[in-house]
Write a protein of this length. Structure first.
Lengths: 256, 207
């Protein structure tokens, strides 16, 4: 048979591609469960890292995660808990951009060794080359950030990829999400710039303007819907400041 | 099994005909994945596996491959093997697969592969082709490991992630060289290795 005839070449290519496709599909299906488990464990590690818990070995990560994460919640934009089944927040696919009104917001309630309660809120946004995501741990005062962990799919190594570095993530610690009772997400800005709305800010990464802006926008967009939920936590954990404020006002008024 | 010709196919690429040092192929990935030893070794093993098996497969097919589409056939074989390696890594060594990220996928474009398929596997029977693939893969891996050894030792003070430079050195003012972690120092390290290699092998020196 003539090796250079068109029929032979087309047949050869078609058969080869079919064979290769079948083999690859089979391998993909065979390895999928194991890969999904790895990806889930990696997510668990990211969540634990936001809580400042050193990532355990792969075999233990699930146990450690289940020890600290005591409850998964889904809340609505009014701050009401709508679902609290096991792993319901963990399984939320952040990629699916549900309309804000219908969005059910995942919250992971955690109890640390010192007995304090933290709430982990997932965030998801866009970097320069692809998606970036993260986990923000908030104290039970509904205001102070306890820790943050960011990951990315393909940001530039040495520039945008530095959002995964501990030194960057640590800057978010002890920042506040509310300024004078109003929700104002932490902004990521070039050193020397000031936020216009009075929100707290941290330094952006040198050479990674767009990724830094992405982190900033991601925090603002994804945390804003939690405002009602966080406010409820604030009143639950510390109702005192509001009343003292009113009292002091009335006290001020009395002498007049 | 190991005739003189086969021995040459296996051992020449380790030094005298090294794909990285002498042919200057596969530089891109050897700069990118050599910041520490573990990814360098995993990358090396991946390249050995892909190179050996694609050489064997192409060698088996060499009499049937239509000349006009031979490059496409070679690419399909290499790409399929690379995807298999990538999937296996995600399943069994997720952390390293994250570190290697795009570079496993880029094995497809590694010039060593296409070079060996075109120059060797298309004209030789499977067994010598297999040895040639192993030899060239090893030649590539050795260089990767040498570069990664120096970069990790001087850049992070560790080997395979374990601290090897003792704490008292840091206490007395020693500092890790952050530049070693960046790609430019990989190129310079590689240049030094090529220099030493040429100095020791007179027949490689141009007149």
């Amino acid at each position: 048979m003539n090796k250079n005839s068109n029929t032979y070449q087309i047949l050869y290519a078609a058969v080869m591609v079919l064979l290769v496709g079948t083999v690859l599909a089979f391998i993909y299906m065979a390895l999928k469960p194991k890969q999904n488990e790895n990806i889930a464990n990696d997510t668990r590690k990211q969540i634990l890292s936001a809580l400042h818990i050193a990532p355990p070995s792969d075999a233990q990560v699930k146990d450690v995660y289940e020890k600290y994460i005591i409850q998964d919640l889904l809340v609505d934009a009014q701050g009401n808990v709508v679902d609290s089944a096991d792993n319901v927040a963990f399984n939320v696919d952040m990629k699916k951009n549900v309309k804000l009104a219908e969005r059910q917001l995942p919250v992971m309630k955690c109890k640390l060794d010192d007995g304090s309660t933290k709430y982990v809120l997932p965030v998801y946004g866009a970097g320069l080359w692809g998606p970036i995501w993260g986990y923000i741990a908030v104290n039970d005062d509904g205001n102070t950030i306890y820790g943050a962990n960011f990951s990315h799919e393909g940001e530039t190594p040495g520039l945008g990829a530095r959002i995964t570095e501990q030194s960057f993530q640590d800057e978010f610690k002890d920042k506040h999400l509310f300024v004078d009772g109003e929700f104002k997400s932490v902004a990521v800005l070039k050193r020397g710039q000031k936020t216009t709305n009075g929100a707290e800010q941290i330094d952006a990464l040198t050479g990674a303007t767009i990724t830094s802006r992405g982190v900033s926008d991601m925090m603002a967009d994804c945390l804003a819907p939690y405002e009602a939920f966080l406010k409820k936590m604030q009143t639950a954990s510390n109702p005192a400041p509001a009343t003292t404020a009113i009292e002091s006002e009335t006290n001020d008024n009395q002498p007049q | 099994m190991l005739s003189k010709k086969n021995k040459e196919a296996l051992f020449n690429p380790l030094s005298k005909d090294n794909p990285v040092l002498v042919q200057i192929l596969g530089i891109c990935s050897s700069l990118a994945v050599t910041a520490s030893l573990e990814p360098a070794i995993v990358m090396g093993i991946s390249v050995i596996a892909v190179l050996a098996f694609s050489n064997v497969i192409i060698s088996f097919l060499r009499k049937t491959v239509p000349t006009n589409i031979r490059i496409i056939v070679q690419l399909v074989v290499v790409a399929a093997l690379v995807i298999i390696v990538q999937q296996i890594l995600i399943a069994y060594n997720y952390d390293v697969s994250k570190k290697l990220s795009v570079f496993i996928g880029l094995i497809i474009t590694n010039c060593i592969l296409m070079g060996r398929l075109e120059a060797f596997a298309m004209h030789n029977s499977p067994w010598p082709s297999f040895l040639d693939g192993i030899g060239n893969g090893l030649g590539y891996t050795i260089i990767l490991v040498i570069v990664a050894f120096f970069r990790e030792l001087l850049g992070s003070g560790t080997l395979f992630g374990f601290q090897v430079i003792p704490q008292w050195c840091y206490d007395h003012g020693y500092m890790d060289n952050g530049l070693m972690i960046l790609p430019p120092m990989a190129l310079i390290t590689l240049g030094c290795i090529i220099w030493v290699h040429r100095a020791r092998n007179k027949e490689l020196q141009e007149q």
